[in-house]
Design a protein around this ligand. Structure first.
Ligand code: CA
Length: 243
């Protein structure tokens, strides 16, 4: 069967045979091309040898290297590929560790297949938008208060520093950069960026913000640009428009 998804290559990293089997079956039924790695080390090798990939579905508990180590190794080669982590662990610390290693999104085991497929579809749709070198809003690049984001190159520049960003990071920043100085609600961000309903997984945003602050803040622990507004959401301060 040929369909829109057939141009997308996924790397599935999962050591439990029955879960891997079921995921491969269902992802292939959706039209995706799937390469399967059953260990962490094999995943890093496959990523180098079989790529490029559009998205990675990555289990945490793996033989040889765990999911965090795999995410770090892959991120050091490719700053942009989308990584969805499958985890039974859902403590704050594990999430932080994952986001620190460059993970874009989490789904906790046991997961509903429909939800996992929805997240994968979302990641590949986003990959497609950026492959076409334009943001959904039609901007090629955007500059706010000294922060410059190029959607085609997925490059975030602040002062003298440039960082490659993931598509999800770019989407998140776009939501804030298009409304500088205004509070964007957590609900809006969860829905627009992650496709999640407001009731779920709000910690995802917090952990993600920690990662972005490291790229744009002089002192990430004392943020001046990407600020939290308690109980409401986040905003990007625009030094040129003082509120
Ligand atoms: Ca496992």
């Amino acid at each position: 069967m040929t369909n829109e998804n057939s141009k997308f290559r996924l790397l599935l990293v999962e050591d439990e045979p029955h879960i891997a089997f079921s995921l491969i079956l269902n992802l292939e039924a959706e039209g995706f091309q799937v390469i399967h790695s059953a260990t962490g080390l094999k995943a890093v090798q496959d990523f180098a040898a079989e790529g490029p990939f559009h998205a990675i579905i990555l289990d945490v508990n793996l033989p040889e290297m765990d999911g965090f180590q795999v995410a770090k190794a892959i991120r050091s080669r490719d700053a942009r590929v989308a990584i969805l982590m499958l985890t039974a662990r859902s403590t704050e610390n594990d999430r932080l560790q994952g986001f620190d290693a460059g993970v874009d999104d989490y789904i906790a085991k046991p997961f509903h297949l429909k939800e996992l497929l929805a997240r994968v579809r979302r990641m590949t749709e986003r990959a497609n938008l950026y492959l076409n070198k334009s943001s959904p809003a039609g901007h090629e690049e955007i500059t706010v208060g000294g922060i410059h984001l190029n959607f085609g190159q997925l490059l975030l520049t602040h002062g003298q520093t440039s960082n490659a960003v993931t598509k999800l990071e770019a989407d998140f920043l776009r939501e804030l950069m298009e409304h500088p100085g205004r509070v964007v609600s957590r609900e809006h961000l969860l829905e627009k960026v992650w496709g999640l309903s407001a009731s779920s997984e709000t910690r995802t945003i917090d952990n993600f913000v920690v990662r972005l602050r490291k790229m744009i803040e002089v002192d990430p622990k004392n943020p001046k640009l990407l600020v939290s507004v308690r109980g409401k959401g986040y905003k990007l301060e625009n030094p040129l428009i003082k509120s």
